[in-house]
Write a protein that binds this ligand. Sequence first.
Ligand code: SF4
Length: 397
Amino acid sequence: MDKFDKLASLSSDMETEADGEQECHLVIGGQQLPQIPIAEVAMPGGKKMKVLKTMLTSACERNCNYCVFRAGRKMHRQTFKPEELAKTFLAVYEAGAVEGLFLSSGIIKGGVRTQDRLLDTADILRNKLGYRGYLHLKVMPGSERDQVRRAMQLGSRISVNLEAANPGRLPSLAPMKQFTEELLAPLKWSQEIRKTEEPRGSWNGRWASTITQFVVGPSGESDLELLSTSEYLYKQLGLSRTYYSGFVPIADTPLEGHAPEDPIREHRLYQSSFLLRDYGFGLEDMPFDQSGKLPLNKDPKTAWAEQNLLHTPIELNTASREQLLMVPGIGVQGAMTILKARRRHRIASLDDLRQLGIVTTRMKPYVLVNGRQPNFQLGLFDLPPPRSRTGPRAFQG
Ligand code: SF4
């Protein structure tokens, strides 16, 4: 099979964590290439990047219950050699079709050997072919500490997918994976390396960032379990992001009869995850119900504000950055803009904020401006009774 056909086939088979997908029709050296799916991935800061997502091999000796590539499932398997894949990707990159590579693999002959082949591919790209673009390298379950370090030197980003919220949930998703020894250990090493070692030998003078992904739904985990692990990963292990992949059943897998996960749940998990990572929220602030579920009908920040700010709105002229970030409708940029504006003059009305480009509709029930609450339509907001509160989140206006 032609190397570009193989690339198109492997890339088409891959699951996508991307925000969108396009087909690319390329002509290289006069050859019309097969259609190759290109993922659009959101980068830190919101910029979108076109990335080729592919694998060294779609063969795998493991049997994850949700996975298209699980051992024994009937499908046509493809395998690249490291140099072949590096050169094939580079041709697509140099033709301008993509700006980066996401490189994964099925596992053959163990995680350590498979990781070596991924590292060989990355090494050829960076050090033999001079590639300086974005490279997201997967770290295989069971990889060794030195391999994690090398991946952090060669990649722009590395990822180890935890798949499940905790060790108790993993066997129903991935019976052959070991949560603590194979998945969590590489994440811990990446933080230890980042904290204690200089990024010598790294392609751009920095360590790669680290992320993970959960499969949401079929293991029966609660939102509390997922976000409790996410909080630990952000605050203790320095992860840049946690991804939540709502389960979609795949034919001819043990979970083919399981219902797909509600996309709204995935969305609420992302919103909550950003509150934990960027907005100063703690797990105790999340509006879980008795069974550890988030409300689906409203975003978690609004649910928190209805309980905590409706009866004690905060004063925009005196609120700290931390307090501003707890208000629905005020993001990281908005809080900074308000703090800067306050250094010049008092905020007289919400018009002042609108002139600074801040949309004020959502914040109205939760703020005071010069001691007065802006008008808002009561019918648009529920007014639950105030919750008794203690601790740092009980803001007073
Ligand atoms: S190890 Fe990876 S490729 Fe193999 S079955 Fe599990 S998720 Fe799929």
